[in-house]
Design a protein around this ligand. Structure first.
Ligand code: SAM
Length: 323
């Protein structure tokens, strides 16, 4: 179990290196990522297929997050974001210094203590990262960070939420009333489906205001390409118990609707790249690197999906993507 958890934690290094590479190759703009990746300037770039996948995933999730922030602002309120299994993600810094910063009340990140300790150290070491935090204090014996607009919390989110989440998220950290957005970016696939459902149900029951959630993950793992993905991860001691109940596009939204969300929708990265990324952006990235394996790219992107769900009165819509 301990080894399996270490292998799961290592997936954060993959995600961080992919983000760094997409920034180095100018797919994405992110001045913060280099402060969260050790020896960032020495890291070699990743393959073009990985850069494009990271670009599509990040652009799409950013878009959903920004729409959620905009909707909260248009309702005259601010919103809170909780990122579970946040790893070395930089989204908080990008939001808190970006066009929607006034719509953000607080941003909370949870991950295993080994990951949050490293992140807390990187934040303390970097002027660029710590300057964005307001009234910052080290918490949880150095494994966390507390500030008025950002919290970094050490937690295993598989533990029963009434103990783990309730302990870490009292009302003065996470308001039960404000609009709340939950992010699970490549996380739930590593957990048993019952644990993920328990986490979602805990938030559905606790939050009385509008609740949204975005899940990004791999799926379609039964086909031949999917089986190769599973085998590659198995060779690294990573298993994917969370993927089993969501083998198809139709099944993905049930992750939300089965635990009390009112509506949910899913799209593959392949469909998002084709139909939702602005043409101007696709033209821009087409000039960055030579990609001749378009079929392979589409095959990879077809095995990753973004699913988002909302629990809110029917008049609260998410934005042009349909909810
Ligand atoms: N969300 C980040 C991103 O997209 O860059 C990191 C993704 S990484 C693939 C998965 C992260 O989930 C790792 O940081 C890992 O430690 C975290 N994680 C997985 N299972 C977890 C659990 N049970 N409790 C807390 N964190 C977990």
């Amino acid at each position: 179990m301990a080894d399996a958890d270490a292998a799961i934690r290592l997936t954060d290094t993959d995600a961080a290196l992919a983000r760094l590479s997409a920034v180095q190759k100018r797919y994405l703009e992110d001045p913060f990522v280099k402060h969260l990746v050790p020896r960032a300037h020495l890291q070699p770039p990743r393959a073009p297929l990985i850069n494009i996948g990271t670009f599509v995933r990040t652009t799409a999730i950013d878009d959903l997050v920004f729409r959620w922030l905009q909707t909260s602002a248009s309702e005259g309120t601010r919103c809170q974001i909780v990122s579970l299994g946040a790893g070395s993600d930089t989204r908080f810094w990008r939001i808190a210094t970006g066009a929607h910063k006034d719509a953000l009340a607080t941003y909370i990140e949870l991950d295993f203590p080994e990951i949050t300790t490293k992140k807390a150290m990187a934040i303390r070491k970097s002027k660029e990262l710590s300057a964005v935090l307001k009234e910052v204090k080290v918490s949880h014996g150095g494994t966390g960070i507390a500030s008025s607009n950002y919290h970094l919390l050490p937690a295993d989110i598989r533990l029963p939420p009434d103990a783990a989440l309730a302990h870490h998220l009292p009302s003065d950290i996470l308001s039960p009333i404000l609009p709340t957005l939950l992010l699970f970016e490549c996380v739930l696939v590593y957990m048993a489906p019952e644990s993920s459902a328990a986490v979602l149900r805990w938030f559905v029951e606790r939050q009385t205001g509008p609740l949204g959630s975005i899940v990004y993950e791999m799926f379609r793992l039964q086909d031949s390409f999917g089986r190769v993905m599973v085998e590659n991860l198995k060779a690294r001691n990573v298993s994917l118990p969370g993927a089993a109940p969501y083998p198809s596009m139709e099944s993905l939204p049930t992750r939300f609707t089965s635990v009390g969300f009112s509506a949910a929708q899913a799209l593959t990265l392949k469909d998002i790249r084709k139909s939702y990324i602005p043409t101007s952006e696709l033209e821009r990235i087409a000039h960055l690197e030579l990609v001749d394996e378009i079929e392979e790219l589409e095959l990879v992107l077809d095995h990753y999906a973004i699913t988002w769900g909302i629990r809110a009165p029917p008049e609260r819509v998410w934005g042009q993507w349909g909810l």
